[in-house]
Ligand binder design. Structure first.
Ligand code: SF4
Length: 282
């Protein structure tokens, strides 16, 4: 019998922004005097957070003068008020906000200044979205799709910015729903290149295999989106955090397995999954 084929998506795992945030954190651990903290988990991956903790980098939830030392802003960025609060404190600030997130924040602020009603497409409670929304102002609105739009829009001049890890499909459906309801619609497609590449490669792979394994934190927005997109073309899609979660019964009748991973999934986690698959599939 031909052995089961295992392939890894062309574009999977750490993105540029996550690699930069990790490099800055590790450099700080090697050289900064005093305690080092990240404001919220540096990336949405529990095993990476545990390894940073072993290097003395701890997670704090709120900016506080009491922690002192060095504070690292993660790639998701923080609300404008938090940045102002941190700037006034006696601590060393390392800003690892990803360039693509900063661009979304700046575009939201510009739309607000120019008088648009700002709609942010994203997950309302995600830290990146909370940050972008703070630049868009209190009158802005966060939606996950057309169903979240109000019956009456407060203005007929609407500007859209997007959480960097959203899918093009969601943006397309939001724009299609807004366009007939407004006089002017200004759309900033702030989905980042890394997200686009990972999503396109994952969907192409999912449509060519019998089963997909998506590796990454369950609290990772971009990993969850990969799982959602892969499920749409290959219902036999499983989102896991660790290799140990793979169940042999999944593979009945399967001849090809595809593996992909979110932007916050380290290479060793992907390798461990491939190793486990090689052990359990015939
Ligand atoms: S997914 Fe995109 S926006 Fe987020 S950290 Fe990576 S490169 Fe930056």
């Amino acid at each position: 019998m031909t052995p089961v084929q295992i392939c890894v998506s062309e574009s999977a795992g750490f993105c540029w922004g996550v690699e930069r945030a990790l490099r800055l954190a590790r450099e700080a651990a090697a050289s900064a005097p005093g305690p080092i903290h990240t404001l919220g988990p540096l990336i949405h991956n529990p095993s990476v957070i545990a390894s940073l903790a072993a290097q003395g980098i701890e997670v704090v939830d709120v900016p506080s003068a009491k922690v002192g030392g060095t504070i690292i802003i993660r790639s998701h960025g923080v609300p404008v008020e938090t940045m102002a609060e941190l700037a006034g404190q006696d601590l060393t600030l390392i800003d690892a906000t990803c360039t693509f997130v900063k661009a979304a924040q700046e575009k939201a602020a510009r739309l607000r200044e120019e008088g648009y009603f700002v709609v942010v497409l994203g997950e309302p409670a995600h830290p990146e979205v909370l940050g972008i929304r703070s630049y868009a102002g209190p009158d802005s609105l966060v939606v996950q799709g057309p169903a979240d739009l109000p019956l009456e829009l407060p203005s007929r001049r609407v500007g859209v910015v997007v959480q960097t890890t959203q899918s093009q499909e969601r943006l397309t459906s939001l724009v299609a729903a807004l366009a007939p309801r407004v006089r002017e619609l200004r759309v900033h497609n702030t989905i980042c290149h890394a997200t686009e590449e990972r999503q396109q490669a994952a969907v192409a792979m999912a449509s060519a295999v019998d089963l997909v394994v998506v590796v990454g934190g369950r609290n990772s927005g971009n990993t969850s989106r990969l799982a959602e997109l892969c499920s749409a073309v290959q219902p036999r899609t499983h989102h896991i955090e660790e290799a140990e979660e793979i169940v042999p019964e999944w593979f009945s009748g399967v001849r090809t397995v595809g593996v992909t991973a979110g932007a916050s999934t380290p290479p060793e986690q992907i390798e461990a999954v491939v190793g486990r698959l090689e052990e359990i599939v015939p």
